[in-house]
Design a protein around this ligand. Sequence first.
Ligand code: GLN
Length: 519
Amino acid sequence: MSVVEHSASELLELLARGDASSVEITQAYLDRIATDDKQIGAFLHVDPDAALKQAADVDRRRKAGKQIGKLAGLPVAVKDVLCDSDTLTTCASQMLKSFRAPYNSTVVAKLKAADAVLIGRTNMDEFAMGGSTENSSFQLTRNPWDRDRVPGGSSGGAAACVAAGMAPLSVGTDTGGSIRQPAGLCGVVGMKPTYGRVSRFGLVAFASSLDQVGPLSRSTKDAALLLETLAGHDPQDATSLDTEVPRYTASIDQPLEGLRLGIVREHFAEGLDKEVEAAVREAIKVYESLGATVKEISLPHSKYAVATYYVIAPSEASSNLARYDGVHYGHRTDRAALLEELAAERKQLEAAGDQAALDALDSSLVRMYRKSRSEGFGSEVKRRIMLGAYALSAGYYDAYYLKALKVRRLIRQDFDAAFEEVDLIAGPVTAQPAFKIGEMADDPLAMYLVDLYTVSANLAGLPGISIPCGFSKSGLPIGLQLQARPLAEETLFRGARMFEQATDWHQRRPGADSRAKKH
Ligand code: GLN
């Protein structure tokens, strides 16, 4: 079996037994990246020399009997939104195309402390805004199961690299579904922890009250392993939770006895693809066969979740993205061209004797902000800034932003009531399997509706996981979403693992056929 077919836990065992070195493992992944990523486009930057150097260093320390970290020698890919002072952090935006962070995010610092080999930076929708990775301003990422289709987003590169065997583990972020949705569409495991479980320090902010960092992997066990490495209190993030992190991997193999599984009535409404519905219903039957009791529940406010999210997330984004003005941060427009342009306009207005227009002409400073931002941001990011600025503006704040906050509370209360009766909620991750590249590019509303089943967990701050539960007739992966009470990650992992042990969906890989398909 080739090294790149192993799970992260298996690789750690090989390393511990001395049956493989980190250099060998890292080289095997780098080779796979070299052959396959030209087609997939999961990575934005890979530095083979740096990765191999890190790997050799871990091998040396292991041989010398020195103390080594929990993920020692294991390659891990990181979404290009988490600051790493050793490389660029671009957020797939022209705005940050040459940004080198002066410090590490806590997540990256923890990976480094655990001696993981940081194998590359993965592609994403610009500033994590999107659900297909088509909003990356650098490149497309293709779904390894069908290269004419999107991998989902915004952590599309993170999901695709794991699905295609280009990394055993990766780190993504989820503001409205960006870990779970691409995991579902690429047939891998993706987990969004409770809000506050993983530090956001050094995560480039999209919507600060919703953003969470989490793992993508080939098995729930690997996701648990990565989460227990990343989670924990961080005084540098004021919203970080000060509660102990359980050892998820220690309990994950214990099935949940007497599991009460909730099925949301509103999830099985219009718009849900037949094959997705069939796979999810089949998964629920598997739980029943494992002794779970299934109960239908209602989340009556879930129908407002997408609308609520698309007021709150853009509002926070418009505020977070104000810092990219070409002065504090980010791309700055060309100075000479700007001054020339202003001078030419002034001349023209003077010739026309248009004093009013001359008085209204931008100062060079204002023009510099405007041009820098126009050039640096892509169209979806601009759309979010405008939506958010509108929702927050005087006169509309109460009608939109404040109202959205109130609905958010109602959505959370629905979950609180549901979790009185059930331990986990099961349902689809998305209404459809992966869609075609370009299919929704001109229809932002259709793209927003893809988040139907995932945004509620972010609004309510709950943990959620996407695990493979089947395939469409055309061979596209289908995901099952499980959600749990805040901080019940342990229950979530155990519940997901029960399913994984009873099925083999997570073991399927995109075949040689789709690997060979040329574009
Ligand atoms: N698709 C959602 C959006 O575009 C979610 C993105 C995310 O979770 N980062 O906002």
